[in-house]
Design a binder for this molecule. Structure first.
Ligand code: ZN
Length: 336
């Protein structure tokens, strides 16, 4: 029996057996988790607090999480703010700042909405944040499914991010994610012309949970400067194969999307060009043909990364790049 460190992580013997069998010899002894969310309910405006079901994720809890899902690995983090509707962003960012005060092995991107002033951003960068975590739910258009980048990260904010050379973790909106023509044109303009000093981390394989977006976009994305990817939450093997075979491996970061979004038993299933998280404990399924049992979505992701690495014939140095050495180089942080 494992301690239940988080209400939404029911880590089982079958998960640990799977780790031992599949990942003990694959995942390096060091990991830089470039997509891990901190969350504090106290930072929500009062009227949002009673209905919030999200458990808190502070520094200590994230350490315990990493120890459980990545046994015997040294883990550094790029902490991200959690984009929850009703969040007082300065309170949330203060919380992240205080939680990480004693830790010199991690970096953090502040939660940033179009309401954040340039001074808010500058002050946080001055006290150690390296970049911004932006999200589509804050779009000024109110259309979270079809917004453009500048609708949830304003041009004024991008200008400042360009001046300061900030990182921006970007989860793209619009039906086809990175395969969307407007998104591609915007990124081409920003990276090549308008904001050449912003370093973009395109979350979730440039938001390609299925084969199609990244297949369509890869040649254009790889021609853009200052583009990076995190591999978080994707569990389909095909986007990883495309990235590993076609991108410069120096631009790829590992990310877990913990704790909340990858701890359920199931996958982010790809169905044609759509996808959906499938939590097997919430639907009526029976595994009659085998005594083997499902694993957490985080391990589905790792399994697909492993499989794609085999297909793309990556070596030990390549795997190290993805799991830790790229991030260690880019953020200039070693391991303790
Ligand atoms: Zn996330």
């Amino acid at each position: 029996m494992f301690n239940k460190i988080h209400p939404n992580l029911d880590y089982r013997e079958s998960d640990r057996d799977f780790w031992n069998k599949e990942f003990e010899n694959f995942v390096p002894d060091k990991i830089f988790d470039c997509h891990i969310h901190m969350f504090n309910k106290e930072a929500l405006y009062h009227k949002y607090q009673p209905e919030c079901q999200m458990p808190n994720a502070d520094f200590k809890l994230i350490q315990r999480y990493h120890n459980q899902v990545f046994p015997n690995r040294k883990v550094n983090s790029l902490f991200l703010g959690f984009p929850y509707a009703g969040t007082d962003t300065s309170k949330h960012n203060d919380f992240m700042f205080e939680e990480t005060l004693g830790d010199s092995y991690s970096v953090k991107n502040r939660l940033t909405t179009p309401d954040c002033t340039l001074d808010d951003i500058k002050n946080d960068i001055n006290r150690g944040f390296v970049g911004l975590k932006v999200y589509r739910i804050y779009s000024v258009t109110g259309d979270i499914a079809n917004c453009r980048i500048h609708e949830f990260l304003t041009h004024e904010q991008m200008e400042l991010a360009n001046d300061l050379g900030l990182w921006v973790t970007l989860h793209m909106s619009r039906s086809d994610g990175c395969g969307d023509e407007e998104n591609l044109k915007d990124l081409e303009e920003y990276t090549n012309k308008k904001y050449p000093n912003i370093k973009w981390i395109l979350a979730h394989c440039a938001r390609s949970f299925t084969y199609e977006p990244i297949r369509k976009a890869i040649d254009r994305l790889k021609a853009m400067p200052n583009i990076y990817y995190d591999l978080s939450a994707v569990t389909d093997v095909r986007p990883f194969i495309t990235l590993f075979q076609k991108e410069n491996l120096n631009r790829i970061f590992y990310g877990s999307d913990g704790i909340d979004s990858s701890s359920f038993h199931g996958t982010y299933g790809a169905f044609g060009t759509s996808w959906q998280s499938i939590d097997l404990d919430k639907i009526d399924v029976h595994f009659k043909h085998t005594s083997n049992r499902p694993v957490i979505a985080l391990y589905e992701q790792l399994l697909s990364i492993k499989h794609a690495a085999e297909i793309a014939q990556l070596g030990k140095t390549d795997i190290d790049k993805i799991f830790w050495s790229n991030a260690s180089r880019e953020f200039n942080i070693g391991f303790n």
